[in-house]
Design a protein around this ligand. Structure first.
Ligand code: GLY
Ligand code: MN
Ligand code: MN
Length: 353
């Protein structure tokens, strides 16, 4: 209920009388409901959860603070009844489809619609103690899965076999699944920042980037290491060291009060000075929680200020087409005084012979 109280304060501050919540992570965050079909409608006085027959019992159990409205067919008509006393209605602009919006305009023709996505975004960016505990466990599972996968990295093994083994380990360790498609990018493919696993076989002389995350109690972790098969040459080691230095620079600098742009610049500067600036084309990191990518980010445009309780990735990389790429990604928790690095996996260049 604390979240509903906070939400109501924000609705009042923005002159919104009712908010329609349509995205699954926000529905879960506010109500605890985990089914795939529901909407929430929340006013200063009432919390409604609208769902169809399939989820009625589940909703009663998972979302006891909500008044259940069964809506098998015309959910928007039901909402228009619930919204009678409201003049301004908040919508999640980022997730509502054009079709849904057109329907809403028809059913709620006398209302003013306002974008309210930012309200939930703001609420979710600072994690509470329980969320931190869950995220720590999600991250621990990822660390353990990395340990378990190293012996499976051998010449002749397909990237897809590695992703299958990662899936098995994550689930065996308590995760419900993955938080995004497995990135297993070997050889020249490691220059693809999001090179999901293919039928390519890992070979001696390959860089192999593994980027994966666990979904645990609905929360996501995110993790990357690049390892080497065989004997790296001086350039592999050089690039690895630059990426690691960039990451350590950011990890040491992160503290509340700095903007995402300032942190990004510190890590980026290390890579630029080493002469590889144009090969680090993505942001330094992103928050995560119920979704793999949340606000705020660490990138060249992010003006939002870091606050205690945020959980964010730090993932510099250098990608050289035709040669390969190296990325190192940890998750950190912004504390009152600085940062706690939650990822525990080793960070030295792992060489597999
Ligand atoms: N694997 C997604 C990311 O690191 O952002
Ligand atoms: Mn990431
Ligand atoms: Mn990642």
């Amino acid at each position: 209920m604390l979240r509903i109280i906070k939400l109501r304060q924000k609705l009042a501050a923005h002159d919104i009388q009712g908010i329609l919540i349509t995205s699954s992570p926000n529905i879960f965050y506010l109500s605890g409901f985990t089914g795939t079909n529901a909407m929430l409608f929340i006013t200063q006085y009432n919390n409604y959860l609208l769902t169809d027959f399939r989820y009625v019992e589940q909703a009663k159990h998972e979302a006891p603070d909500f008044e259940l409205v069964r809506a098998d067919k015309d959910v928007l008509r039901e909402i228009s009844k619930l919204a009678e006393g409201c003049t301004t209605i908040g919508l999640e602009e980022q997730v509502i489809s054009l079709a849904q919006y057109r329907e809403l305009e028809k059913s709620l023709s006398a209302k003013v619609f306002k974008n309210a996505s930012f309200i939930l975004q703001e609420m979710r960016q600072v994690k509470d103690e329980r969320e931190i505990e869950i995220l720590k466990q999600a991250i621990k599972i990822t660390d353990q899965a990395f340990d378990l996968i190293l012996p499976a990295l051998k010449p002749g093994v397909r990237e897809e076999e590695i992703s299958l083994k990662l899936e098995y380990s994550l689930r065996k360790l308590g995760a419900s699944g993955k938080s995004f498609d497995y990135i297993v990018a070997s050889g020249q493919r490691s220059a693809l920042p999001h090179g999901v696993a293919t039928a390519k076989k890992i070979e001696t002389g390959d860089l192999v980037t593994l980027d994966f995350g666990a979904k645990y109690q609905w929360y996501c972790s995110d993790f990357t290491r690049t390892v080497f098969m065989g004997k790296p040459d001086a350039k592999h080691q050089e690039i690895y060291d630059i990426v690691l230095r960039a990451q350590l620079t950011a990890l040491e600098a992160i503290k509340p009060g700095l903007t995402g742009r300032e942190i990004d610049a510190m890590a980026r500067d290390v890579i630029i000075r080493a002469g590889y600036g144009e090969y680090f084309g993505h942001g330094l990191g992103h928050s995560l929680g119920l979704e793999i990518h949340e606000q705020p980010s660490l990138n060249t445009r992010e003006e939002k200020v870091l606050q205690p309780g945020m959980v964010i990735t730090v993932e510099p990389g250098i990608y050289l087409p035709g040669w390969g790429g190296i990325r190192i990604e940890d998750v950190v928790w912004v504390t009152n005084s600085g940062v706690e690095v939650l990822t525990q996996a080793p960070k030295q260049f792992i060489i597999i012979n």
